[in-house]
Ligand binder design. Structure first.
Ligand code: ADP
Ligand code: MG
Length: 501
């Protein structure tokens, strides 16, 4: 059954959205949170598992120091206070993804709390999102339901379980309720998750690949009439695992809530599942604010005491924050606000930085990435960085153009050759016989022919209409199959006709 929805515009006229995000970040430590089993993605199922991960009787967990360091770094990057002491807790539940029958997590004593993240929207507006807490926990195993539709448990014949993921260190980042985003709520949702991903990637604490589940988002949405202080009832859409999906899921939930409220019905507090194919959510399980997980302090682990010296040592290792880096790069490159924003939105900032480091000017790097490569990537439906253009290739192409060996049009042809795997730019120039005709002899012949073919135009130019020269240049370029240097051709024509350029 599909739920009723209001149009987004109508929903926005009537209701004020409030958002909240729980983002799970998988840390890229070598080993797991509480065991020495390897933390590796994509291995044969159930090979990276030991007795601690399986919760066999008598085992004791040991905290991964690196995971704590990474968590503190995340807390610092999110402008949080780092707890002087904090503890793990047991979150008890019975489900086959967790063989211990409890998840080791943090509950009322998170390692980091009370922070904020300034999120930049596509038009440059900065929106501050308050962070409630960032706490450590372990990931659960992965269940795969076989035989049913769309991999869901309903209607499945059987389920497979892979405990490789069980015990992988996670940091869960929870926002305070986000108010005041209005109709930009879906956009903010996407920008917030993108900013968190950028931060953990920049810190080097996570591989941060959403398609691998390294960064997963639960999106909470509620609506209230404008002007009312009290929040509405929220729904929590689980595991929205791409940036586009985050945006769409928030938008959809706003539209769905609005229809329910409009019909005078109550919103059910529940989890929802996101479906990429239909871009809708369906009801998951009902949820009260106090799910009875019977949390209690983990008796097998000592409290974590993060000394202030240690925290300061870690703070000193933090890389330049992404926002500051963007500011610095824009100033270094001399791009206008609009140019820079286009570069960021196209996802080629890193690529341009590398191209400049390889020897290109900022203008040349932008011209190639924005002018040529971004469009090709869009057609191929991949990220520009994944198209396989190396910074050195751009530098080489540009050097050939500047040396007058090939012109811009040929350079683009060479780029296509490189992308088609035909070899290096030099090899492609050779193979395709591309070269600017710079020897004046053959050019003069072609010019004389073009002038003879268009005597009227020649007369005009002689008479002082210098701009008419374009037609003759065009004729010469055609005759030389684009291999002439158009600037030189123009000079020679004017010389030939005895006209001042
Ligand atoms: P739970 O684990 O029960 O989902 P959390 O506190 O971990 O609870 O996360 C709830 C998220 O939802 C937080 O980001 C919180 O700020 C947000 N939130 C709480 N109440 C509302 C509401 N009425 N509308 C929207 N978001 C809310
Ligand atoms: Mg939750």
């Amino acid at each position: 059954m599909t739920d009723a929805t209001l149009s987004f515009e109508e929903a926005m006229e009537k209701y004020d959205p409030v958002l909240g995000f729980e983002v799970h970040v998988e840390l890229n430590t070598k080993t797991k949170m509480f065991s020495s089993a390897p933390n590796v993605f994509g291995d044969e199922p159930n090979t990276n598992v030991n007795e601690v991960d399986l919760g066999l009787p008598g085992v004791l967990p040991v905290v991964n120091r690196k995971a704590i360091e990474s968590s503190i770094k995340i807390g610092l990057a999110l402008n949080c206070t780092i707890a002087e002491t904090c503890r793990f807790a047991r979150k008890n539940y019975f489900y086959p993804d967790t063989p211990k029958n409890f998840q080791t997590s943090q509950y009322d004593e998170p390692i980091a709390f009370d922070g904020y993240l300034d999120v930049e929207l596509a038009d440059g507006t900065v929106f501050r999102v308050e962070i409630e807490r960032a706490h450590m926990e372990e990931d659960a195993g992965k269940l795969t339901h076989m035989g049913g539709a769309a991999g869901r448990i309903q209607g499945a014949d059987y389920s497979l379980v892979d405990y490789n993921r069980s015990g992988v260190p996670l940091v869960e980042i929870v926002t305070k309720p986000i108010q005041g985003a209005g109709s930009r709520a879906p956009e903010l949702a996407k920008a917030y998750v993108a900013a968190v991903r950028e931060i953990v990637k920049n810190l080097g604490v996570s591989d941060a690949k959403m398609e691998r589940g390294n960064v997963r988002c639960d999106a909470n949405v509620s609506l209230r009439p404008y002007g009312r202080e009290r929040f509405g009832i929220r729904s929590e859409t689980k595991n929205v695992n791409s940036l586009r999906a985050v945006e769409h899921a928030v938008r959809y939930e706003i539209q769905r809530h609005a229809a329910v409220l409009d019909a005078g019905e109550p919103i059910v507090q529940e989890t929802r599942h996101w479906h990429e194919d239909t871009r809708t959510t369906t009801s998951g399980r009902p949820k009260s604010d106090a799910d009875d997980y019977r949390y209690f302090p983990e008796p097998d682990l000592v409290p974590i005491v993060a000394s202030r010296e240690w925290v300061e040592e870690l703070r000193a290792t933090l890389p330049e924050p992404p926002a500051a880096r963007r500011k610095r790069l824009q100033a270094d490159w001399g791009y206008s606000d609009l140019e820079f924003r286009d570069v960021v939105n196209a996802g080629v900032m890193d690529e341009i930085e590398e191209t400049i480091a390889a020897g290109a000017t900022a203008t040349v790097a932008r011209k190639w990435w924005m002018g040529e490569i971004v469009g090709r990537a869009k057609n191929a439906d991949v990220d520009p960085g994944q198209l396989g253009v190396r910074p050195a290739t751009i530098v080489e192409l540009n050097a050939m153009v500047e040396a007058g060996k090939i012109n811009n049009k040929m350079a683009v042809e060479v780029l296509d050759g490189v992308l088609a795997g035909e070899g290096t730019p030099e090899e492609i120039v050779q193979k395709r016989g591309l070269a600017v005709v710079s020897d004046d002899g053959p050019l003069l012949e072609a010019i004389d022919a073009a002038l003879a073919a268009q005597p009227g135009v020649a007369d005009k130019i002689r008479g002082g209409k210098v701009q008419a020269v374009g037609a003759i240049v065009g004729g010469v370029m055609k005759a030389t199959r684009g291999q002439a240097d158009a600037g030189r051709v123009r000079e020679l024509i004017l010389e030939r006709l005895g006209v001042e350029g």
